[in-house]
Ligand binder design. Structure first.
Ligand code: GRF
Length: 215
């Protein structure tokens, strides 16, 4: 029996797309049963609707700064849909202890850096400025502290000579799309993935042969 997973988004929803694609495999342990957006222009809402996945748009602006009321509305939507696990995927609004507490241990996030390096925004530009040689993405459990919960899986990519924030972001994003479905599978099953699937914990899917690693 597949677990009922909701995905919270604010934007284009490419990680949502990767989770939906993975969930369509008969042996994948989750179905994407609800997509919630806090912006009515989130592109991922159209993507979900095209796939006949139920959507809820709950713009935070309608709650006039009342974060608790907004989070209670999200919590209500999750409970109404019988959701068991929540995946944040480009959800760009910081959650308060109210919603985090209600979903503790059942809410995952994907962050575009190798945490604990570069929590917060503009991770790719900050990685370049710091001169790191490896960058990547992290799937972690959500806690009250921003981008600081227990790490479930990480994917690394090299930083290449000539990279700018956009090229580096694209390289990381390709890994995010592999990592998030793998990490969710691992989280839900607690066991090793079937043969042929990426193992989690540390994932290095980028081929390094010939890579011109940034000096
Ligand atoms: C991703 O880079 C994710 O790591 C970050 O926000 C971005 C969302 O992209 N939290 P998308 O909406 O999934 O395409």
């Amino acid at each position: 029996m597949k677990r009922r997973v909701a995905v919270l988004i604010s934007g284009r929803g490419s990680n949502l797309g990767a989770l939906i694609a993975a969930s369509q495999a008969p042996d994948y342990p989750a179905e994407i049963a609800l997509v919630v957006a806090n912006r009515d222009d989130a592109g991922g809402i159209d993507l979900a609707a095209e796939r006949q996945i139920p959507t809820r748009v709950l713009p935070h602006r309608r709650y006039a700064g009342d974060r608790a009321a907004h989070e209670l509305a999200i919590d209500g939507a999750l409970n109404d849909a019988g959701i068991e696990v929540v995946c944040l995927a480009g959800y760009m609004r910081r959650l308060t202890p109210l919603l985090v507490g209600r979903w503790r241990g059942r809410m995952l996030n994907i962050h575009p850096s190798l945490l604990p390096a570069f929590p917060g925004l503009d991770t790719h530009a900050r990685a370049l400025a710091a001169g790191v040689k490896l960058h990547g993405c992290t799937v972690h459990l959500v806690t009250e502290d921003l981008d600081s919960g227990p790490i479930l899986a990480q994917g690394a990519v090299p930083v290449l000579a000539g990279d700018n924030a956009e090229t580096l972001a694209a390289r990381v994003l390709a890994v995010e799309h592999i990592l998030y479905p793998s990490a969710l599978r691992l989280f839900l099953t607690g066991g090793p993935p079937p043969a042929g699937c990426s193992t989690a914990a540390l994932l290095n899917p980028a081929p390094l042969a010939g890579a011109n690693v940034r000096a």
